[in-house]
Design a protein around this ligand. Structure first.
Ligand code: SAM
Length: 208
């Protein structure tokens, strides 16, 4: 079984826009307790890698085949050093024999960045919404640092007035963006997911 009901949301998002393919390297932000990691690890298959990041510790899976594909990083994605650790973890799965070209991302080729990060709820919607948007923007920055050309991005955000501006920013970096509210999350109706398909340009390293 899955560790979270959230697993079904990723399944629905993936059914809709085909984000995770076999052999992919996937970075999963806000991954605890690990439902999305289970779905992603199944979808990438034995040749894929999934890197899960969370403030909380993510327990190993019972299934050794999944454990072999999953790496976890415990840390705060709003901190630069956590992002550096994620880039490092992604680099470890790269084809190290390939010559480093300036058009390549700083890490190994990451095919997909997904974020289900959510703030601790204060109960005051405008505050929670602002925090959610902040986390979504952090995920977007991370995606821009990591994602290969053609890569996909999925991010959760609570609906609110600034989401359209955020969506417009994401639209500039991807072939197209689709907003959706998966059935599995309709009871938590304030959340939507933006799916950015097909990153337009690979990141350029500072100093290039
Ligand atoms: N997708 C997960 C699953 O399927 O099991 C559920 C994710 S849960 C809805 C949101 C997660 O975001 C929480 O585990 C929380 O600790 C994490 N989170 C919130 N802020 C974070 C941050 N700044 N850095 C890393 N993780 C964060």
């Amino acid at each position: 079984g899955y560790r979270s009901r959230a697993a079904y949301k990723l399944k629905q998002l993936d059914d809709l826009e085909n984000v995770i393919e076999r052999g992919d390297t996937v970075v999963d932000l806000g991954a605890a307790p690990g439902g999305w990691l289970q779905v992603a690890a199944q979808n990438v298959g034995p040749d894929g890698t999934v890197i899960g990041v969370d403030l909380q510790r993510i327990k190993p899976f019972d299934d050794d085949e999944l454990n072999d594909r999953v790496e976890t990083v415990r840390g705060d994605m709003t901190e630069e050093r956590t992002r550096e650790r994620v880039i490092e973890a992604a680099g470890g799965s790269a084809d190290e024999t390939a010559p480093a070209a300036s058009s390549e991302p700083a890490s190994g080729p990451v095919d997909v960045v997904v974020s289900d990060m959510a703030p601790n709820m204060s109960g005051e919607y405008s505050l929670d919404q602002a925090r959610s948007l902040y986390l979504a923007r952090q995920a977007f920055e991370t995606a821009l640092e990591l994602l290969d050309t053609g890569g996909d991005f999925v991010v959760k955000v609570f609906q609110g007035p600034d989401v359209e501006a955020f969506r417009a920013d994401v639209e500039e970096e991807f072939r197209y963006v689709r907003a959706t509210s998966p059935k599995a999350s309709r009871d938590e109706s304030s959340e939507i997911y933006l799916i950015g398909k097909g990153r337009l340009t690979a990141p350029v390293r500072p100093g290039d």
